[in-house]
Design a protein around this ligand. Structure first.
Ligand SMILES: Nc1nc2c(c(=O)[nH]1)N[C@H]1C(S)=C(S)[C@@H](COP(=O)(O)OP(=O)(O)OC[C@H]3O[C@@H](n4cnc5c(=O)[nH]c(N)nc54)[C@H](O)[C@@H]3O)O[C@H]1N2
Ligand SMILES: Nc1nc2c(c(=O)[nH]1)N[C@H]1C(S)=C(S)[C@@H](COP(=O)(O)OP(=O)(O)OC[C@H]3O[C@@H](n4cnc5c(=O)[nH]c(N)nc54)[C@H](O)[C@@H]3O)O[C@H]1N2
Ligand SMILES: [Mo]
Length: 748
C-alpha cells in the first residue's frame, strides 16, 4: 500500500453519527478513503473505534448516497427528483425562503435539526442570519435530550458536570492529579453502547477494570447491570422518586458531607424537609425497587469517596425531566462530589470555545443581547415555558408542530431540515408530524441519504459531507479539536459551507465580516488564542490549559464566577439545592416526583387495555437512531427490528421467539420480531426506534416501510413538563402485543 496516505482527523457527525470526538486515522488511496482506524495518540479514544466508524468506507461510497443537489419534479412524496447544480439549488432556496420571509415574516420558517452532531453551530448561524427565532429539534417531544439536564445543572449549580474519567487531562489515567472514582452510579445509561454527550462509554469500563464499582439504575438487565454491585431495577419513569428516596436515606442517616453542605450549598434545610415526603416504603411502592435495596445502594454511594453519577436520556424523558435532574444533582452535591478528582467534574468547553451554542448565554455572546431578545419575543413557546425563554434558544417542539397545524398565533410556511429524520425516528406522534409538515409551502432537506422524511417532504435535497469530507471544529468538552477535510465525494458540501452560502444571501451586510468559512472558524476559535490552521499544525487537537476549563476544585480557587470570587456561578454563589432560579421561573424550587401520564396507577383503564410499559430506544452500537440500516456490515448483525419480551410475558401472550407481531395502542400498530429474553422485566417490553427499511420502495405510500416499522407512531404527546423541556414519553408508553395472523413469509 505504498501509494496509500495516512491522515489523522477527528470524527463528529456524519458517518458514525455521534456525540463523540474520537481521533481517527484515515487511509486514503487515489482520493478515496480505503480504511479507518482509531488514533492511539488521541487522548479521547486512545485508539478505539466503534463499529460505525469501522464501516465508514461502506457509508461514504454507498450506491444510495446522494452526491448532487436534487430538485423535486413530481408531486411531493412521489419520489421524482432531478439533479441540479449547487448554484441553481441555492437560487431556488433563496427565492422561496425570501418569499416566505416577505409575506409572513422570518418566523414563518422553522429550522429543524436532529441530535447534537456537528450541526448546532451551522444551523443556528443560518437561522439567525435569516432572522427566524424558530430553531428547533422538531419532533423531539419535550426537547427530551440533554437539554433538561443541562438546564437543571445551569440553574442549580451554574455549570455542567460529567463523570470524571480523566478526560480533561492529557495523560489521562496516568496523570497523578486524577483519582479513580470508587463508585460510578450509572443512571439510565448504557455507556458502552451509546457514548452520549461527548463522553466515551468505555471510559467507565476502563475505570471498572481498575476497580471502580457500579451502581446501576435501569429497568432492564444490560452488560452494565450484570456487573453492578447494586442494580436498582425501577419502573420506567419513576427516577425522581428513587432519587428522592436515596436522598432521604443519605440525609436522615447523616451520610452527607456536612462541610461541603455548610460551605457550598444553599437551602439544605428545605431539601431535608422535602425528602421527608419520600419515605422508603412509599418510594418502593412507586418504583418497584425494594426498600432494602434502595437503602443499601444509597449508603454505598454516600460512603464511597470519590463517587460519580453518570446519567442518560431517560432522566430527560421522565415526566418533569428538569426536576428529576435536580434530584440527582442534589445527590452528588450533598455528598460533596463536585469538581473533585473522580467525582462529577465541572465541564467547560476546552479553551472557552463554543462549537455548539447550548445556552441562551452563549447565543448572547455570539449574536448580541439585542438580537437574541428580539427573537425570543417570537420564539414558539417562549411566552409559555420558562426554560424556552431563559435557558435555551430553541423553539418548543411539541408546540411547534401544533402551531404548524393550526397556523396560530402565526403561520409556519417552510422548513429547513438539516441532520434530522423527523418522520423516521425523532418525532413522537409521527403521523401528526407527517400530516402537518405536508402542508408547508417549501421544504429543504440537507442529508446524505434519502430517508422517509426527505422522500415525503423535500422540495430541494442538498447533499452533505461526512467528517472525512469537511472542515469543522469541536470543543465539546475536551480536547479542542479541528476536523480536517481529506477527500471529496461527488459534489457534497459540509453543513458549514452550505449554511455560510445561504447566510450570505439572507444577510449580506452582516456577512461582510467573513470572506470564508475559515474566517468564521477563526473568529469562533479566538478565545483559544489559535487559528484553525495553528491547531491543525499542532496535530489537530489541544487539551485544556490551567484555568476555568481545567479541573479541579475551581469553586474554591475562584475560577468559576465572572467576578473572580470563590463559589459557583449562581445567584447565591452556592449550589442551590433550593433553586432560586427555578423559583423565579415559577417552577418548584425543590425536586419532586410526578407520575408518568400513562401508567398502571395514573390511567388504570388504559392499563387494563394496554398492560405493558414500552421502553423504546435503548441504543445499539450498530445504528445511530434511524441511520445505518443500509450499511451491510452493520445491518447483517441485526437485520430485523426486534422487540425484547420476557419469557413469562411471551407465555401470557402465546407468542414465540422469532414470531412477527404487532405492538399496539390507541394510536396504531407497528411490526416487530419477538426476541424472548430475561433482559426485560415481565411488565415491560423494549424496542429500538428509528426503523425503516432502505431496501423497500421510497415513494409514497411506502416511504421505505416507515408506517409498518416506525415505533414512534405509538408514542403520545405532547410533553408533560412544566418547564417546557423534558417529559417526552419515549420510555413510558402503554401498549399491548397482538399476533399478526397469517402473514406469509414474514410469519417466521
Ligand atoms: N422511540 C424513540 N424515539 C427517539 C428516541 C428514543 O429513545 N426512543 N430518542 C430521541 C433522541 S434522544 C434524539 S436526540 C432523536 C434524534 O433524532 P435524529 O437526530 O433526527 O436522528 P437520526 O435518525 O440519526 O436522523 C438524522 C439524519 O441526519 C442525517 N445526518 C447525519 N449526519 C449528518 C450531517 O453531518 N449533516 C447532515 N446534513 N445530515 C446528517 C442522517 O442521515 C439522518 O437522516 O431521536 C429521538 N427519537
Ligand atoms: N450507537 C448509538 N449511540 C448513540 C445513539 C444511537 O442512536 N446509537 N444516540 C445518541 C443519543 S442522541 C442519545 S440521547 C444517547 C442516549 O443514550 P443513553 O443516555 O444511554 O440512553 P438509552 O440508550 O436510551 O437508555 C439507557 C438505559 O436506560 C434504560 N432506561 C430506559 N428507561 C428508563 C427509565 O425510565 N429510567 C432509567 N433509570 N433507565 C431507563 C434503558 O434500559 C437503557 O439500558 O445515545 C447517543 N449515542
Ligand atoms: Mo438524544
Amino acid at each position: 500500500m505504498s501509494d496509500t496516505k495516512l491522515f489523522k482527523t477527528v470524527t463528529w457527525s456524519a458517518g458514525p453519527g455521534c456525540h463523540g470526538g474520537c481521533g481517527q486515522k484515515l487511509y486514503v488511496r487515489d482520493g478515496k478513503v480505503v480504511k479507518v482506524e482509531g488514533d492511539e495518540d488521541n487522548p479521547f479514544n486512545q485508539g478505539r473505534s466503534c463499529p460505525r466508524v469501522l464501516a465508514m468506507t461502506q457509508y461514504m461510497y454507498h450506491p444510495d448516497r446522494i452526491t448532487q443537489p436534487l430538485k423535486r419534479v413530481g408531486k411531493r412524496g412521489e419520489g421524482k427528483f432531478e439533479p441540479i447544480s449547487w448554484d441553481e439549488a441555492f437560487d431556488i432556496c433563496e427565492k422561496k425562503m425570501k418569499i416566505i420571509r416577505g409575506e409572513y415574516g422570518a418566523e414563518a420558517m422553522i429550522f429543524a435539526q436532529g441530535t447534537g452532531r456537528d450541526i448546532g453551530g451551522p444551523i443556528s448561524f443560518l437561522t439567525y442570519s435569516y432572522g427566524s427565532p424558530n430553531w428547533a429539534q422538531l419532533g423531539l417531544s419535550g426537547q427530551s435530550c440533554y437539554t433538561p439536564r443541562l438546564g437543571a445543572m445551569k440553574a442549580v449549580m451554574g455549570d455542567f458536570t460529567v463523570t470524571d474519567c480523566s478526560q480533561f487531562l492529557e495523560k489521562r489515567y496516568e496523570d497523578p492529579a486524577w483519582q479513580r472514582p470508587e463508585v460510578i452510579m450509572v443512571w439510565g445509561q448504557d455507556p458502552a453502547n451509546g457514548c452520549p454527550d461527548a463522553f466515551m462509554g468505555h471510559w467507565v469500563v476502563d475505570c471498572m477494570r481498575m476497580g471502580t464499582k457500579i451502581i446501576s439504575v435501569d429497568p432492564r438487565q444490560t452488560w452494565m447491570t450484570t456487573r453492578a454491585e447494586h442494580h436498582l431495577q425501577l419502573r420506567p419513569g419513576t427516577d425522581a422518586a428513587l432519587a428522592l428516596g436515596m436522598l432521604n436515606v443519605i440525609i436522615n442517616k447523616d451520610l452527607y458531607d456536612a462541610d461541603f453542605v455548610r460551605n457550598w450549598t444553599h437551602g439544605f434545610a428545605k431539601l431535608r424537609e422535602r425528602v421527608q415526603e419520600y419515605p422508603l416504603d412509599k418510594v418502593a411502592a412507586i418504583t418497584g425497587v425494594p426498600a432494602e435495596s434502595i437503602e443499601a445502594a444509597a449508603t454505598f454511594y454516600a460512603k464511597s469517596k470519590p463517587a460519580a453519577v453518570h446519567w442518560g436520556v431517560p432522566v430527560d424523558m421522565s415526566p418533569e425531566g428538569t426536576s428529576v435532574a435536580h434530584a440527582i444533582i442534589c445527590l452528588w452535591s450533598v455528598t460533596g462530589n463536585i469538581d473533585v478528582p473522580g467525582g462529577n467534574v465541572i465541564a467547560r468547553p476546552s479553551h472557552g470555545v463554543s462549537s455548539y451554542p447550548y445556552s441562551t448565554e452563549e447565543l448572547v455572546e455570539l449574536y448580541g443581547e439585542e438580537l437574541v431578545q428580539k427573537l425570543t419575543k417570537k420564539r414558539i413557546g417562549a411566552d409559555v415555558y420558562p426554560m424556552v425563554k431563559n435557558f435555551r434558544g430553541w423553539a418548543q417542539p411539541d408546540m411547534a408542530i401544533d402551531q404548524i397545524n393550526s397556523g396560530k398565533p402565526y403561520p409556519i410556511k417552510g422548513a429547513w431540515i438539516q441532520t434530522a429524520n423527523i418522520l423516521g425516528g425523532q418525532a413522537a406522534r409521527a403521523r401528526l408530524h407527517y400530516d402537518a409538515l405536508k402542508k408547508l409551502d417549501f421544504v429543504v432537506v440537507v442529508d446524505l441519504f434519502h430517508n422517509p422524511t426527505s422522500m415525503a417532504l423535500a422540495d430541494i435535497f442538498l447533499p452533505a459531507a461526512t467528517f472525512a469530507e469537511k472542515d469543522s471544529f469541536r470543543a465539546w468538552w475536551a480536547p479542542l479539536a479541528v476536523i480536517k477535510k481529506r477527500v471529496q465525494v461527488g459534489e457534497c458540501k459540509s453543513d458549514w459551507e452550505i449554511n455560510f452560502e445561504m447566510a450570505k444571501r439572507f444577510n449580506p451586510e452582516g456577512m461582510q465580516r467573513w470572506n470564508s468559512v475559515e474566517d468564521l472558524f477563526n473568529e469562533r476559535l479566538a478565545s483559544s488564542g489559535m487559528t484553525f490552521k495553528e491547531i491543525q499544525d499542532k496535530g489537530g487537537w489541544v487539551m485544556p490549559e490551567e484555568g476555568p476549563c481545567k479541573p479541579y476544585l475551581r469553586h474554591e480557587r475562584g475560577q468559576l464566577r465572572k467576578d473572580g470570587s470563590p463559589g459557583f456561578q449562581t445567584e447565591s454563589g452556592k449550589v442551590e439545592l433550593y433553586c432560586t432560579t427555578y423559583e423565579s421561573w415559577g417552577l418548584d424550587p425543590l425536586p419532586h416526583y410526578v407520575e408518568p401520564p400513562q401508567s398502571p396507577t395514573a390511567t388504570p383503564e388504559l392499563f387494563a387495555k394496554y398492560p405493558l410499559i414500552m421502553i423504546t430506544g435503548a441504543r445499539s452500537q450498530l445504528f445511530f437512531h434511524s441511520e445505518h440500516r443500509g450499511i451491510p456490515w452493520l445491518r447483517e448483525k441485526e437485520p430485523d427490528p426486534l422487540v425484547q419480551v420476557h419469557p413469562d410475558t411471551a407465555r401470557k401472550f402465546n407468542i414465540y421467539d422469532g414470531e412477527w407481531i404487532h405492538i399496539k395502542n390507541d394510536m396504531g400498530k407497528v411490526k416487530r420480531k419477538v426476541k424472548i429474553t430475561r433482559k426485560v422485566h415481565p411488565e415491560n417490553i423494549q424496542t429500538l426506534h428509528g426503523w425503516w427499511l432502505p431496501e423497500l420502495k421510497g415513494p409514497e405510500p411506502d416511504l421505505f416501510g416507515v408506517w409498518d416499522y416506525q415505533i414512534n407512531q405509538l408514542i403520545p404527546g405532547p410533553q408533560c413538563s412544566t418547564s417546557g423541556f423534558g417529559g417526552g414519553q419515549y420510555k413510558t408508553t402503554l401498549v399491548t402485543l397482538e399476533k399478526i395472523g397469517n402473514m406469509g413469509e414474514n410469519n417466521g
